[in-house]
Ligand binder design. Structure first.
Ligand SMILES: Cc1cc2nc3c(=O)[nH]c(=O)nc-3n(C[C@H](O)[C@H](O)[C@H](O)COP(=O)(O)OP(=O)(O)OC[C@H]3O[C@@H](n4cnc5c(N)ncnc54)[C@H](O)[C@@H]3O)c2cc1C
Length: 422
């Protein structure tokens, strides 16, 4: 299914190395389109190009295609979201994603999933996951590639790309598996996140080689780290989660957050990390559904002898209530607090403001923010404006989705659109 799915051209070799050697020596060297990166976007694009009757080579330096698909969503791949809108994406140009999302949206991918009878389920916020395994999505994509007669080469490292616009076969790729020539070249090598399963800066290097602008990159959908002072504040809370409202520069999310040994994680933090830049302040409201000072005044009348810690613990985990209360006041019966103390306690729970010391980095980030500047690309075809025949799709482009299936949808949408033209 993976390395050897190109069954038609596969000679009867048991030894993979021998097989690769002979397919390279005897296989085609010239293609209409070469796609680098057999991830979500590259596979989607290859299927489309191949099904248009073009000769396509899809190559990847990893030993098998779709590695991120396989580990995504805890092995169940959150492949899209019921409601996908341009507002779920971050880019220097927020309008860029509109065309691709409208031409191939979540309903189109769901149709494909249903065509393959893949069982799936909806979780919160419209997130759609495979019921069985993420393998179902990879199988779908490989099957679509097979229908398009796509040639796939794994463990293929590109050493050099050259371009001669005067020739029909204008792109030449020198790789460890030989030299390949093509009319079009699609870069679908993703971002820098999760280097252990193939994330590299390759796409950005190619963009630089062709003089394209790149928006600064940083890890995103990632845990936030805290400095020593703030770590001291959350000491003992590791493993505790809370439903919070988290905000940064006017954007906010209502989601669950997790305290860790090194800082903060959980969906609320991953979501806000897409909007955070070093030096920005984050605000957390631990009790977003209530107005604590008003509630304390009410409790002073209705439950005067109960300790404030126990009352707040009805709304928050006890350990968190205790720790946060201790930061601004001692624990006593609720009727013993002055109005000034009540205001200070209320602020403490509603307004925790801090500047993260950083993130947990590309090693653990789900995606990369920034990338190839969208001004360099056609939003319809994903072809670069400066170099005819050169395309960039998927995560390598400066479009980053929220947590919840949006990043795969971007890979499908951009891959589909480029697949119509490349
Ligand atoms: C742990 C984890 C879980 C995730 N879960 C979800 C989820 O459930 N839902 C969701 O929407 N998004 C999820 N994402 C994000 C999603 O996986 C990516 O946004 C998406 O895979 C991007 O697709 P892509 O094709 O652009 O890049 P990728 O899928 O990363 O594919 C890029 C491909 O290019 C190859 N490549 C890289 N460099 C080279 C090179 N030099 N030469 C040859 N090949 C190269 C890589 O090996 C890889 O196969 C998750 C990410 C991670 C890390």
């Amino acid at each position: 299914m993976t390395a050897n799915f190109k069954t038609k051209a596969c000679p009867p070799f048991k030894n993979e190395a021998l097989y690769l050697y002979f397919t390279t020596m005897l296989g085609k060297k010239q293609f209409d389109t070469v796609i680098i990166g057999a991830g979500a976007a590259g596979l989607m694009c290859a299927a489309g190009v191949g099904q248009r009757g073009r000769r396509v080579l899809l190559l990847d330096h990893a030993p098998g295609p779709g590695k991120k698909i396989l580990i995504s969503g805890g092995g169940h791949c959150n492949f899209t979201n019921r409601s996908v809108a341009p507002t779920h994406f971050i880019s220097q140009n927020p309008h860029f994603c509109k065309s691709a999302l409208s031409r191939f949206g979540s309903a189109d991918f769901i149709k494909l999933v249903e065509k393959y009878n893949i069982p799936y389920q909806e979780k919160k916020h419209g997130q759609l996951f495979c019921k069985r395994s993420a393998r179902d999505i990879l199988h779908l994509l490989l099957e679509e590639c097979r229908k398009g007669d796509v040639e796939v080469k794994n463990t293929c490292a590109v050493d050099e790309i050259s371009h001669d616009e005067k020739r029909e076969m204008s792109f030449t790729l020198k790789t460890n598996l030989g030299v390949f020539k093509s009319k079009s070249l699609v870069i679908a090598t993703g971002g820098l996140s999760f280097p252990k399963i193939g994330g590299t800066d390759f796409g950005y290097r190619v963009a630089k080689q062709f003089g394209l602008n790149i928006q600064p990159t940083q890890p995103a959908l990632v845990a936030l780290a805290l400095d020593a002072r703030n770590l001291q504040m959350i000491k003992g809370l590791s493993g505790i989660s809370a439903n919070v409202s988290v905000s940064c520069k006017g954007t906010h999310f209502l989601e669950s957050m997790l305290f860790t040994h090194k800082g903060l994680s959980g969906p609320a933090i991953l979501q806000i990390s897409n909007y955070w830049h070093p030096g920005d302040e984050i605000t957390i409201n631990f009790l977003p559904d209530i107005h604590l000072s008003g509630l304390i005044v009410k409790w002073q009348k209705t439950r005067p002898k109960t300790t404030l810690k126990n009352l707040i613990a009805e709304r928050l985990t006890k350990r968190l209530a205790e720790k946060w209360l201790a930061l601004s006041a001692e624990n006593k019966a609720v009727n013993q607090y002055s109005q000034k103390e009540i205001e200070a306690i209320s602020d403490r729970f509603h307004l925790w403001q801090f500047i993260p010391s950083g993130t947990s980095g590309y090693r653990l980030a789900e995606v990369t923010l920034g990338g190839v500047d969208t001004n360099e690309l056609s939003s319809k075809t994903f072809e670069t404006k400066r170099v005819p025949g050169l395309y960039f799709i998927g995560e390598v482009v400066d479009v980053t989705g929220w947590l919840g299936g949006y990043n795969f949808q971007w890979a499908w949408s951009s891959g589909y659109c480029a697949g119509l033209y490349a």
